[in-house]
Design a protein around this ligand. Sequence first.
Ligand SMILES: NC(=O)c1ccc[n+]([C@@H]2O[C@H](COP(=O)([O-])OP(=O)(O)OC[C@H]3O[C@@H](n4cnc5c(N)ncnc54)[C@H](O)[C@@H]3O)[C@@H](O)[C@H]2O)c1
Length: 339
Amino acid sequence: MIRFGLVGCGSIGERHAKHIADNPEAELVSVYDIKPARKNALEKKYNLSPTLSLAELVNQKEIDIISVCTPNGNHFSTALLALEAGKHVLIEKPMTINKLDAERLIYSSLKNNKQIFVVKQNRFNPPVQYLKNMMQQQRLGKIYFVVVDCFWNRNKEYYLNSDWKGKRNEDGGTLFTQFSHFIDIPYYLFGDIDLESISGVIKNVCHEGLIEFEDTGAFTFKFVSGALGSFNYTTASYKQNMEGSITVFAEHATIKIGGQYLNTLEYQKTNGFDNFEIIDSNPANDYGFYQGSMSNHDKIIANVVDALLGKGQIMTNAVEGMKVVEIIERMYSTAKVIS
Ligand SMILES: NC(=O)c1ccc[n+]([C@@H]2O[C@H](COP(=O)([O-])OP(=O)(O)OC[C@H]3O[C@@H](n4cnc5c(N)ncnc54)[C@H](O)[C@@H]3O)[C@@H](O)[C@H]2O)c1
């Protein structure tokens, strides 16, 4: 049995709590949130003893691992406190909002002999796993070009209803909060990105006064393998999310995965390894207007349990979490800001 503590009882924290409670090999022991009403609601729902402070939570002897579900800018301090108290940590994406903090967490985890898990649940999506398997079996041949297009809508209410989204120190930027999965998946599938090759432009096109950074960007880059990459994103799509996709042009296939959560196979032309199962389970009319969520957080909790019980390996480890932070940091530091 793996016993969880949870910090941050907002929308994603509630999802963690549900899947911890649903997993027969996991137990939710305690939760904490700076907003007492949110903490009390989860304590009541799961019949938990009240916890009065973060220090009290991380020092509870029976807890093995702390789920960190606080705003991005708080991940570092909460995870560090938990690691230093001798707990493993499961950190929501992004791991941190700068590379130095991610390194400090890795240092602490090694020093304290504890594990860091990072939440990148889209890795479990069937089209992503299909592409991963094809890459591992070297079926795609040489990778030529990878195109990532993220066209979402984030309206005024979205930002006005949050006390941290849109704020540089707590959110970090659109690439951290909206599109970090779309950086993680190309990295997971096609390997390291040559940081020196990244170049791009960013601009706040229609969220002036609402967010402290860009809402739109266009980047080109090169993978270490030599493949070219292009990354276009915006939260200015009219009225609703339009697309989130990754297309790979390779020697033996052209494949596009999309849907709002990279959960559909939009296009495939392959040298004999088409996947009809995924096509059948994800009808094409979902394209661009997917409203639900393949949250996969149940698989995240199951992976934590399996890894800590010695039955599996960590799906997204600390170094991978840090790599994504490093890539985003590099994108921001090299981008030309258009006013
Ligand atoms: N994996 C995913 O696809 C996914 C989806 C949404 C959000 N997230 C991530 O999950 C995290 C939380 O996002 P959310 O949408 O649930 O936000 P939210 O605002 O709904 O919840 C955050 C909660 O943390 C609490 N909090 C803030 N500071 C705290 C502190 N110092 N100590 C304890 N509690 C504190 C807030 O009171 C709030 O209840 C973010 O890092 C976000 O990027 C991941």
